[in-house]
Write a protein that binds this ligand. Structure first.
Ligand code: F3S
Length: 363
């Protein structure tokens, strides 16, 4: 493959060999799927677009895409400029030509769920933690280019959490309160530990999703175990080092935008938002992000939310879309959005759990 006549195959193989050498991998392993990041034109710019347009090869395994910089149907409503729209569509055209599934979401597991033990080449930090921890699949932190390379070659270097013994927890952490807020603090403290979490109450899969996303944003976590919840929590010895982390955050501003869906909302979260709205209309801008297929499968719920003034967007998110930059203060229920919004979109942020976000939106 390094000597293939196809320039794209040579390029992709070089990327994988370099990754393998840097991580002292002994071999390549086959992957079941790839998930590609770096899709928003806002992130990759002209150089990224040029690189993508130079690619020409068939995919060996199914691949999905991370959110782009806009809802491809409602981009005008988001306030996206024509020029950005055109550039973004060129990016998407490349992926379509390559045969990538046009599923633009950071929660590909809601649509094409991997199985326990599957090796993957995923490049979205929140999805990586979810796949490793909640599903028990195995993926390292791929980059956009290495995930594309893996989709074309069908393999990835075998190192890190692809190997069972590297999946052992290294620290026991008691988490208190809201898991997104506690995860935001925990990521900073735990860096690249593999935590073994103990909760003081029962938690949902959506809370585990928010926790993993926050950990990977402020820290470098690739996976966690959660006692009684995740599939491998009993497979290793409990770590002896212990810490306790709560959910107290000190930040406050008066939000002119409330956003939910970082990572993209599940069907159940859409239902919960509608229930919490309780027939009341949103009085502030209230944006919810979810995968287009999740939105389709919840069409009645989404229609009722829209009637209440909630905008349910797909293909994009509050962080990767330039649309959020025109607001002053954004309220989120996500530790990941809390971490990235100030830098990426130059806005102030404030935190609220789902209930508080809805109450603020209707007040
Ligand atoms: Fe997804 Fe965007 Fe958050 S890609 S995890 S919603 S920053």
């Amino acid at each position: 493959m390094l000597e293939s006549e196809n320039d794209t195959i040579r390029k992709c193989m070089k990327i994988l060999v370099a990754e393998g050498e840097a991580n002292e991998a002994e071999r390549l392993i086959e992957v079941k799927s790839a998930h590609i990041s770096g899709v928003s034109y806002d992130n990759i710019g002209e150089a990224g677009l040029e690189w993508l347009e130079s690619l020409d090869a068939e995919l060996k395994v199914p691949a999905t895409l991370n959110p782009a910089g806009m809802d491809v149907e409602r981009w005008r409503e988001m306030g996206i400029e024509d020029d950005f729209y055109e550039k973004q569509m060129r990016v998407l055209k490349v992926f379509e030509r390559l045969g990538v599934k046009m599923i633009l979401t950071c929660t590909p597991y809601y649509l094409l769920k991997p199985s326990f033990g599957d090796h993957l080449a995923w490049a979205e930090s929140s999805a990586i933690v979810y796949a490793n921890s909640v599903i028990g699949a195995r993926t390292e932190r791929e980059s956009g280019p290495s995930a594309i390379a893996a989709a074309i070659i069908g393999k990835i270097p075998c190192y890190g959490v692809h190997i069972k013994e590297n999946r052992a927890p290294t620290i026991l952490v008691k988490l208190k309160g809201d898991l997104a807020a506690a995860g935001y603090k925990a990521g900073r403290e735990l860096r690249d530990h593999i935590p073994y979490f103990v909760f003081e109450r029962s938690v949902t899969e959506e809370e585990l999703k928010l926790l993993g996303a926050a950990l990977a944003a402020t820290g470098n976590t690739v996976m966690f175990h959660a006692e009684n919840y995740t599939p491998e929590w009993r497979d290793f010895e409990k770590p002896s080092e212990k810490v306790e982390i709560d959910d107290r955050l000190e930040m406050a501003c008066e939000p002119d935008l409330i956003t939910i869906g970082c990572p993209h909302a599940s069907l159940r979260e859409l239902e919960m938002i509608l229930k919490l709205m309780n027939g009341r209309k949103a009085k502030r801008e209230f944006w919810v992000f979810a995968a287009r297929d999740v939105v389709r499968s919840a069409s009645e719920i989404v229609q009722r939310l829209e009637e209440l003034g909630v905008k349910v967007f797909s293909d994009t998110c509050m962080v990767v879309s330039p649309a959020t930059s025109r607001f002053r203060c954004v309220m989120v229920n996500s530790g990941k959005a809390l971490h990235y919004l100030p830098n990426k979109r130059k806005v102030e942020v404030t935190f609220g759990d789902l209930k508080k976000c809805v109450e603020t939106a209707v007040s």
